[in-house]
Ligand binder design. Structure first.
Ligand SMILES: NC(=O)c1ccc[n+]([C@@H]2O[C@H](COP(=O)([O-])OP(=O)(O)OC[C@H]3O[C@@H](n4cnc5c(N)ncnc54)[C@H](O)[C@@H]3O)[C@@H](O)[C@H]2O)c1
Length: 458
């Protein structure tokens, strides 16, 4: 099949590349000239395991190409995917201006039948708008061309995007025409050979499915963070509680990791967009509002712990040098959108602390997002960050941070304290080297209630 992909970001580039890998001919269209030039030179603008090699192979095989010209991308194409960003506006709703621009481009340049598929995460009812924008452009051209609009939400995860796309849990398509259903089923057939689930539904339900899935995952995270905070208050250990809870097969352990809250380009904006969409239809989504509020609060959990620690030790935050490990919102990506670590770095800099931060992939993106901040430096070795620092804050559970050299850390960290924002480390291992660990959801020395069994007063 000949396919055009509008938007060559995380979703568009992975989608286009994986379709090309299955033998389709794919043109990726993007309005960002610099990005297209880089892609044409063989540079991949994002870090995503396995993507570079696949892009290279498919460009070499002439199945994948990049262009800024919509007309060029749409030439002879049967299916056009919209994969542009849908960022959040100040009021929390999804900003559809890029979806509108892409839809209008398609309407202006399509030359024959085209199935237009929304892969961007868009509010319920967007397909109707896409149809309207395409039709307006066709009418303006005086063209009477057939087309269908469908929804095909994307569930890939950054960090394992290629794998997720190649072996999806499920494929969801929302259609209202048989031709659209047949085309999408054909296109996805190579990806669902092992009897994987291909769900065909009406368009609004498909649009809603994506928001509901992300809202559920965000809810699990905020739920366990709320439990973690209660654990700290009452003297329980969330690390044990989560095992006991997650062992129930109806609940499961996935996404039940207490930490510094969720970030990224999807959960925060999708939860808020769903709250907004619901309110627009007269429904107050109380649970999802709380999920968002809990997450906002959780993103400052390390700052709160640091302040409490300073009070206990009689130190000022402004006098501290703080090492930060991990800037990306999760491991295996350089994406720092809404990353909790960025808020930490910004807050610490504002409070007058000195910050030395490390991340295996996301330093460049962090610089871009935060600009130059006073007393903040980035280093390319984790132990260059901790050398001479007072304390370490672990913010992203990248693999190289998982089994650190505690002996070295004990020698480097002046205050011998680690604020473990991802509950990666064992207290006993850290204690062997005289390091004090401050995990999430575990009463620490400065918590109002101390751990049962320590003999300390509650
Ligand atoms: N990133 C994820 O993990 C993920 C997962 C599932 C779904 N989604 C959804 O997919 C959509 C895209 O997300 P992303 O992370 O890939 O975004 P992104 O910001 O990485 O990429 C968007 C791209 O679209 C381009 N673009 C903007 N307007 C355009 C136009 N008119 N024509 C052509 N290109 C245009 C931009 O230049 C950019 O390269 C969003 O709706 C997002 O919510 C993202």
């Amino acid at each position: 099949m000949r396919i055009a992909i509008f938007g060559t970001g995380y979703v568009g580039l992975v989608t286009g590349t994986c379709f090309a890998e299955m033998g389709n001919f794919v043109s990726c269209v993007d309005v960002d000239r610099a990005k297209v030039e880089r892609l044409k030179r063989g540079e991949i603008p994002i870090f995503e395991p396995g993507l570079h090699e696949l892009v290279e192979e498919n460009v070499r095989g002439q199945r994948l190409r990049f262009t800024t010209a919509a007309a060029d991308g749409l030439k002879d194409c049967e299916i056009a995917f919209i994969c542009v960003g849908t960022p959040m506006t100040d009021s929390g709703e999804a900003d559809l201006r890029y979806v509108e621009a892409a839809s209008r481009d398609i309407g202006r340049h399509m030359a024959g039948y085209c199935l237009v598929v929304d892969k961007s995460t868009v509010p319920v009812g967007t397909a109707d708008k896409v149809r309207g924008w395409i039709q307006a452009e066709l009418t303006a051209r005086g063209a009477d061309l057939p087309y269908d609009v469908a929804s095909n939400p994307e569930f890939l995860k950054e960090g394992s995007a290629v794998d997720d796309f190649m072996r999806p849990d499920r494929v969801v398509v929302g259609v209202d025409a048989q031709r659209a259903e047949v085309l999408l089923h054909d296109l996805y057939a190579p990806f669902i050979r092992n009897g994987l689930r291909f769900y065909t539904m009406d368009i609004r339900s498909a649009e809603m499915t994506k928001y509901a899935a992300n809202a559920m995952l965000a809810t699990k995270i905020s739920f366990i963070n709320e439990v973690a905070n209660i654990c700290e208050a009452v003297g329980a250990d969330v690390r044990q509680v989560r095992l006991g809870v997650g062992a129930d097969s109806r609940i499961g352990l996935q996404f039940l990791h207490p930490g510094v809250g969720y970030g990224g380009s999807c959960f925060p904006k999708d939860v808020r967009a769903l709250v907004h969409t619901a309110a627009g239809s007269g429904y107050q989504a109380e649970l999802l509002r709380s999920v968002d509020n809990i997450n906002q609060r959780q993103k400052a959990v390390i700052q709160r712990k640091l302040r409490a620690w300073c009070e206990l030790k009689g130190r000022a935050l402004s006098g501290l040098t703080i090492a930060v490990w991990g800037l990306a919102f999760k491991p295996n990506t350089d994406d720092v959108r809404e990353a909790p670590a960025l808020e930490l770095v910004r807050d610490l800099s504002q409070a007058g602390a000195t910050v030395r931060a490390h991340d295996p992939k996301a330093i460049e993106e962090t610089r871009r997002a935060l600009g130059e901040l006073p007393r903040v430096t980035y280093v390319d070795d984790p132990y260059a960050a901790t050398e001479g620092a007072d304390v370490l804050c672990l913010m992203t559970e990248w693999r190289p941070y998982r089994r650190p050299d505690f002996r070295r850390l004990a020698a480097q960290l002046r205050a011998k304290a680690i604020f473990d924002g991802r509950n990666q480390y064992e207290e006993a291992r850290a204690a062997e080297h005289g390091l004090q660990l401050y995990p999430i959801g575990v009463p620490a020395l400065f918590s109002p209630k101390r751990r049962p069994g320590t003999g300390a007063p509650a």
